[in-house]
Write a protein that binds this ligand. Sequence first.
Ligand SMILES: [Zn+2]
Length: 225
Amino acid sequence: MILLFGKRVGPVAAALLLLTACSTTSDYSPEPSSRRPERPSTNRPQGSDAAFTETLYICGGITVSNAPPADTSRKVENFDPIIRVGGVPLAVNPAPRSCLSSGFGTRNERLHKGVDYHYPNGTAVLAAGSGTIMEMTYRGDYGNMVVINHGGGVYTRYAHLAGFDYNIEAGEEVAMGQQIGLMGNTSDHPIPIHLHYEILTGNYDTPKKSFGLTPVNPLSAMMLQ
Ligand SMILES: [Zn+2]
């Protein structure tokens, strides 16, 4: 007998349980391995929209709330990697190759003010647009987070980062596509590895700062353009 996940099981059952556990993990992968032609190559320039993938898949093996229309392979229909918010070009998915694990809107009776992206074991998180780092801090619920000011009252927030890139600093400029950190699961409560990404507009200079801004749904903005 083998003790597995707190249960006493025979060797065959143990092997089956392990297989089940493994297949559950792979179901949560961003996209089938045969469909990854859009991976960013290493020789692509930094500081441009070239770093962002041209397709977006909805994560498999989980329930994704407020998911946009997708085809049978979970590929988001009419995906446009770059949108304009208040005239500012911004990436819809700042974590290339990751899949959409939660859409924007009401989720568990609360407003989810951003979109979530998942990639197994994390991946690079890039600046969605050029701007200035306004916040680079830790906050219990958001974990390690970065807020970028893109000018014109347009901001982006990146939360739950595993860590910040060595090359960024509060008050310093970042280029579109520049790496700002790594996807993680930092928070004061257990969460899966993912990026929580917000596009925000409004007046930053209130006591609430970035939390007083109005969230924009990147995927709706994409469908409207
Ligand atoms: Zn989120």
